[in-house]
Design a binder for this molecule. Structure first.
Ligand SMILES: [Zn+2]
Length: 389
């Protein structure tokens, strides 16, 4: 009998001898086990929030024939469908699925309460008619603008809050039209910065591959990105103010291509992360980071560096991409090679180098920090630097 338990024959024998009540209990136990296992796995699902900008009584930018809100929704819906069809390990949450108005803070709330892993805000750009030749795609992450153009994009997208009822209380006196309001964004290089820039870089690469004009990755003070607590980007699909780009943005071909490009970038980004999670590549990466980082630091003070570029390919040291900067070093993270310039324990000195030497060449450079050769949160490092003084 003992031996029979181990065999199928034995199982059938036991089932035969069980009464209906025991069979029911066995069946229910198996059912609960399945539900439990399923629930466990669904907790591991990657959650992406897709945020089609504007909607309802807020049309966004308006072109000769179309409105931004509809273009954004079309691309968002197509992107969602691609993810749904191809990634059954991903949960998709939309901030809106139809033509309705959703306040900026509500969009961020939706992402935060969904505990999202990634936030993609989709927008369409516009400039004054006299500049109707301006065209191209841009992807933004949160930060302080380095050019007036970037500030203008943030102002335009943030001005949506003026039609929210309680915006003064809600955004603590933030005036979307005043340049001063944007100064706070200088200190918003949070822990998600690198990942956001990574993803933004991947998106722009895809846009370029499908023959869009690549206007690059930028930083600016977008309220919707400020309120979200996960890696977040804001995509500007193109200029509705440019007649030929508007035609493209309003076409089925155009929105499908743009959605596909964002989807491809999403796949690479997610694969990098999953790889890190499941294969332990992160450990190796940390070791590599350590090797590349700094001289061994006995008193373990944070070391600051300026990140200038990220690429999925190795760039030769004499490349014109470094715009004449010498002694560029790099570290690897999440499958990307990240290039840095200068290093110093003195944050103020690094800040000066950044402003004098780096900013004029790399408008979207930012400061990162290492401790004992391992990358740490920049804000934390600045705090430590100030305490050590
Ligand atoms: Zn917009």
């Amino acid at each position: 009998m003992d031996k029979k338990i181990l065999t199928l024959h034995g199982f059938v024998y036991i089932m035969d001898r069980m009464n209906i009540f025991h069979k029911l209990i066995l069946f229910l136990s198996i059912l609960f086990l399945c539900i439990y296992v399923n629930a466990e796995t669904s907790n591991d699902r990657f959650v992406v929030v897709i945020d089609p900008g504007h909607g309802g009584n807020d049309p966004g930018a308006v072109g000769r024939k179309g409105k931004e809100k509809n273009i954004n929704l079309n691309v968002a819906t197509k992107l969602g469908k691609l993810i749904e069809r191809n990634c059954n390990d991903t949960k998709i949450v939309y901030t809106r699925k139809s033509d309705v108005f959703v306040p900026l803070h509500k969009r961020a709330d939706i992402a935060n309460s969904a505990k999202a892993n990634l936030f993609i805000s989709i927008h369409t750009n516009a400039v004054a008619r006299k500049n109707s030749h301006v065209r191209g795609t841009e992807t933004y992450t949160l930060g302080l603008h380095r050019t007036e153009e970037n500030l203008e994009v943030a102002k335009k997208e943030n001005s949506v809050i003026l039609i929210e009822d309680d915006y003064k209380q809600r955004y603590a006196g933030f005036n979307p039209n005043s340049s001063e309001s944007y100064i706070i964004f200088e200190f918003m290089q949070d822990k998600n910065m690198e990942q956001s820039v990574n993803f933004a870089t991947l998106i722009q690469k895809q846009f370029k591959d499908c023959n869009r004009v690549d206007k690059g990755v930028h930083q600016a003070g977008f309220l919707v990105l400020r309120e979200t607590s996960m890696p977040s980007v804001l995509v500007e699909l193109g200029y509705i103010s440019n007649p030929s780009e508007e035609t493209y943005l309003l076409s089925d071909k155009g929105t499908s291509e743009l959605a596909k490009a964002i989807f491809n970038a999403f796949l690479s980004y997610k694969n990098n992360i999953t790889q890190t999670k499941t294969t332990g590549i992160k450990k190796e990466t940390t070791k590599e980071t350590k090797a590349e980082a700094t001289k061994p630091d006995s008193n373990s003070k944070p070391v600051f560096k300026i990140q200038i570029l990220a690429s999925d390919k190795v760039i030769p040291a004499n490349s014109s991409q470094f715009k004449g900067l010498k002694n560029v070093s790099y570290y690897k993270e999440n499958g990307m090679i990240k290039y840095t310039y200068a290093e110093d324990e003195d944050y103020n000195r690094i800040l000066q180098i950044k402003r004098k030497t780096v900013d004029p060449k790399f408008k979207d450079a930012f400061i990162i920090a290492f401790k004992n050769g391992i990358k740490i949160n920049t804000n934390q490092a600045i705090k430590e630097f100030k305490n050590n003084k």
